[in-house]
Write a protein that binds this ligand. Structure first.
Ligand code: ZN
Length: 194
């Protein structure tokens, strides 16, 4: 309805915004979000137009995104019905807010019930999910919330040690026999002994 930064976060502490999604997800990922959560028939075309546009310059505002969506949907198809950008905006909002929270909390819960010395290994198939796993591991490895230039007073101690500094990804042979492994990322962490 009005021009604004592409944010859409309910939780302003979260670092995934709508701007992050449209400027960093792959074309396939954007199409999947728009199709799965927006049930938009033109998802693939909208994703293609988004990726073409962001090559020129990053997409920063809601009106910029609306213009791209309008260009992607043929004029004859958008004369009737709700605003043409409605489904896409709904999809991105769901992506930015819901998935996030559940996954990050689940990783914390898994670690909570593990035995000391136990290992957690998570495979994700989506850049957003991988980012959440990575950031949640980091928080568990270094939960201290004190300013880094001051001595720690919060008393929060590391809970895990990250085993895979970089995610383990499939090699070309594996991708050849199992194309769906292409986007897989595996991250492992070990619960510390107290
Ligand atoms: Zn601290």
């Amino acid at each position: 309805m009005h021009d604004a930064p592409l944010d859409m976060r309910m939780d302003k502490e979260s670092d995934i915004t709508a701007e992050y999604v449209v400027n960093n997800y792959s074309e396939d990922e954007i199409a999947k979000v728009i199709s799965d959560y927006g049930e938009e028939l033109w998802a693939k075309r909208i994703a293609k137009f988004i990726v073409e546009e962001r090559r020129r310059k990053p997409i920063k505002t809601t009106f910029e995104l609306v213009d791209i969506i309008k260009k992607a949907i043929p004029a004859s198809k958008r004369r009737t019905g709700p605003h043409p950008a409605k489904r896409t905006f709904q999809a991105i909002r769901i992506e930015v807010n819901e998935e996030l929270k559940g996954l990050g909390d689940a990783v914390v819960d898994f670690v909570d019930v593990m035995n000391p010395g136990g290992r957690i290994a998570i495979i994700t198939f989506h850049s957003l999910e991988d980012r959440i796993v990575k950031n949640t591991y980091k928080k568990l490895e270094d939960p201290c919330t004190c300013p880094k230039n001051l001595p720690c007073t919060c008393g929060k101690k590391p809970i895990i040690k990250i085993v895979t500094k970089k995610p383990i990804v499939p090699n070309e042979d594996e991708i050849r026999v199992n194309p769906r492994s292409r986007s897989a990322k595996l991250r492992v962490a070990e619960k510390l002994l107290f």
